[in-house]
Ligand binder design. Structure first.
Ligand code: SAM
Length: 234
């Protein structure tokens, strides 16, 4: 049987002009470029891991569905190692200089059992059909060490601006947003302990530095454009 990646994935069709395809007037008003969105995600991750008193520099990190590697590029300096994987060969072509692997089958991540201390899946689940989400979660848990942390980052369906952007972004044509409640249920049904939910991307880049304390204080209120759910493998 041929490996699945030989059939181009949907994201292979987007990879050539991904940056153009995700352009949106609201997104552009929110931040000058995409980097801000990934810097904020990494800040949220670092803050959570620091609260658990886990030194990031001791952690092997995997970013599942890493796409063009934006999250890895921003987060890499903080971790012992940073690795990505994605089923789209086209998306991975933009990952020069990063440690990435092609995920040849949607059913299997290309890593050994318990290989990582920390795993992220950023804006991946809303592209995965409902009935395939548990399988992806179990597969992620297979490659996570016992006691390791899995962080799902997704669009917040309660944020109107987010919904508007998703509704008109071509790469989100297949998007089926995952609510924070569904994410928590999915993670606990797979045998994780859900440790925290944080909402972020409330204030745009131009005022964020003045209002970061307020954004942090409101991180448990479902206002921000995205959210993260952190779970610990039991
Ligand atoms: C919207 S992109 C996000 C990429 C990256 N995480 C980011 O935040 O820029 C979604 C990515 O998920 C990948 N993806 C889709 N279905 C997947 C699956 N079942 N398992 C792993 N990755 C998947 C796609 O190939 C694509 O690169």
């Amino acid at each position: 049987m041929k490996p699945q990646q030989e059939k181009p994935t949907t994201f292979d069709n987007y990879a050539g002009n991904y940056a153009e395809l995700i352009k949106d007037p609201i997104r552009e008003k929110f931040a000058e470029n995409s980097r801000f969105f990934f810097e904020r995600k990494i800040q949220v991750v670092r803050r959570f891991l620091q609260q658990l008193r886990i030194p990031l520099e001791t952690m092997d990190w995997l970013d599942v569905g890493c796409g063009q590697g934006d999250m890895l590029r921003v987060g890499k300096p903080f971790f012992k190692s940073a690795t990505g994987c994605d089923p789209s060969k086209g998306m991975l072509e933009s990952c020069a200089g990063l440690q990435v692997r092609l995920q040849e089958s949607l059913a299997k991540l290309p890593f050994d059992d318990a290989a990582f201390d920390f795993i992220t899946a950023v804006c991946v689940y809303h592209h995965v059909p409902h009935d395939e989400r548990p399988r992806l979660t179990y597969e992620i848990l297979r490659v996570l060490k016992p006691g390791g942390i899995f962080c799902v980052i997704e669009h917040n369906p309660w944020n109107i601006a987010t919904r508007m952007i998703v509704s008109r972004t071509p790469v989100d044509a297949d998007a089926n947003l995952l609510s924070p409640r569904e994410a928590r249920r999915m993670l606990s049904e797979a045998g994780n302990e859900v440790r925290a939910t944080r909402y972020f991307l409330l204030f745009p880049e131009s005022i964020y530095s003045y209002l970061s304390v307020i954004e942090e204080a409101l991180s448990s209120v479902p206002l921000g454009g995205q959210y993260s759910v952190f779970a610990q493998k039991q």
